[in-house]
Ligand binder design. Sequence first.
Ligand code: ADP
Ligand code: ZN
Ligand code: ZN
Length: 657
Amino acid sequence: MYASILIDTTLNDSFDYLVPDGMEVPVGARVLVPFGTRQTEGFVISLKDKTDVATDKIKAIVRVMDDFAAIKPEMLKILDPICDKFKLRKIDVLRLFVPSSLRGRKGKRKAKNAVIQGLDIKDKNIELTEQQKSVIKKSMSEHKTFVLHGVTGSGKTEVYMNIIEQMLEQGRTAIMLVPEIGLTPQVLGNFRARFGDKVAILHSGLTTGERYDEWYRLHTGEARIAVGARSAVFAPIENIGVIIIDEEHDSSYFAESNPRFHTHKVAKMRCGYWNAKLILGSATPSIDSYQRAKVGEYELLEMKNRVTDKPMPEIEIVDMAAEFRAGHTDIFSRTFLKQLTETIQGGKQSIIFLNRRGFSSHVTCKNCGWSAKCEHCDVSLVYHKEDNMLKCHYCDSRFKMIKTCPKCESTYIKLGATGTQKVVEELQTRFPKVKIFRMDADTVKDKDSLLKILADFTNTPSAILVGTQMLAKGHHFPNVALVGIIDADNSLHFSDYRATERTFALVTQVAGRCGRENDTGHVVLQTFIPTHYVYKLATKYDYLNFFEKELNTRQITKYPPFTTIVRVLVTGEHDDKIKDFLKLMMQDLRTRSGDFVYLGAMKSPLARLDDKFRYQILCRFAVQKEKEMLDFIDDIKSSHKSKNIQVFLEVNPQSLS
Ligand code: ADP
Ligand code: ZN
Ligand code: ZN
């Protein structure tokens, strides 16, 4: 008997090995095999009676590494389609299917169940709203892809849990996906309270051992619901009844480092295999998903009202240019400060959103124009006042803060755009008695720090919570009456066709954090471009008109969903070598220039990262040609290999930086 085994080599092929007599080798098992002068791990992808390898050349499997087959038959079946769709190496994709403790020679650990502590809340006895009932009924009728468009606070989680419950009753399993930073204590608590030990939670806050334990409980069928961020789409469960992608528009569903994949597409393949339903939920669906629902490829489900029947909070736009002209150069507008004071006096809570952590970005010299940049990346450093350091938010390098300009020795050092630390400092000066909490990547290191901030904030009347988009996702704050969006334009300024879509979603999400239970909430949105249509429509919560306008723009400018974008990202340490490499690739790509809507090579906006230069070839072509063109580009990519140059292919990337 022989086994086809995938191992980690530069090749994308499997190798045949002999199965020694008496050795039990299940398909999907992880095995140790000799390769060259070393031994390495591999995965058995099939068994066969014959091989083309000569009898005196064939090597034998050394041993089977686990007492179970790590990869289940379904996953082996979708391996090839996934690799083909995203142009990935099989071994890289296989590794996504197993937890990190099953990679390399590491042994597995004993299962112990480290259930997440401190989240045990009682399952509420809830009477579903008519809206919820109707959506659940419709989605139960068929197995296909649904877009659930439901306003913030319409009770989507309850709908998800109800559908999952029905699936379990039918003897099936479920996967519930949330954005990376959306795995909130509330969501976890709700699932724990409702489903107890049947839920396995896969998130980055777990230790390697805890992750393995949760994965193993799913693998054995002890747990039947997987809850987690995008990689949980590979949960080792069988007989799936439903996969739910909550906040489906969120960019974290695109894996941005290797292996690059899009969660929705993987979910669709798994649902296809099991004849399961796929539910894409959001208050602001992605243009792509909503378009598919509009043309009938997906089915649209709608929840237009909040559970409490409270109206959506009113969003007030403040023109910061007018503030400036009136002599008010503060980061807070006068109207926001007035409302903040009133909210505090009324014993209510406020949230301030700002998508920039640290104290301030862009440390520059007023005298000579020098600016503080990372030694390893082509980006400005961010000043962190707490430890008086300049930090690179890309590679994490740290440098001492300067007192004088290193170039001209002037002491006129200017600090640029405001970050969360500075906002907290300024507010504390204005309101010395008020408790102010900060929620960003610097203060939230793990789930315990997150839980503590949330609990402390929730229990403190008049408190203010300042944070980055981490606070926009999914949290349920019962007593927040005021939300301030300090620098709304920040996300509009990205040179990216999705910038408006993202801004609309962000404003809607942040605004949705207030007025959820008791009070009518109020939102103040500060901008320098108050007449921008994205704000006009966001203040009316007018998703439909936003969608129409955006879709129209995409059609005229030939962007997705009307075209497919492929970015070929080329990185390496030698600038000249990459340029030569790009030239050769472009020559080959141009042989089909007629098939491209756009084809161009350029420096990436983030031109250097971690001491590596970054260039990119951007291609756009009609969506109907996707498969053909993707194969063509991938062939060209494979035919050009150069030492020390890395080439990555990305389909419709979320970020073009
Ligand atoms: P969404 O995800 O749509 O923004 P959530 O699922 O967070 O909304 O629900 C908002 C709040 O409403 C939660 O506290 C939830 O427990 C509550 N809720 C949901 N459905 C009902 C219901 N039928 N009756 C009462 N409360 C509900
Ligand atoms: Zn200077
Ligand atoms: Zn750096």
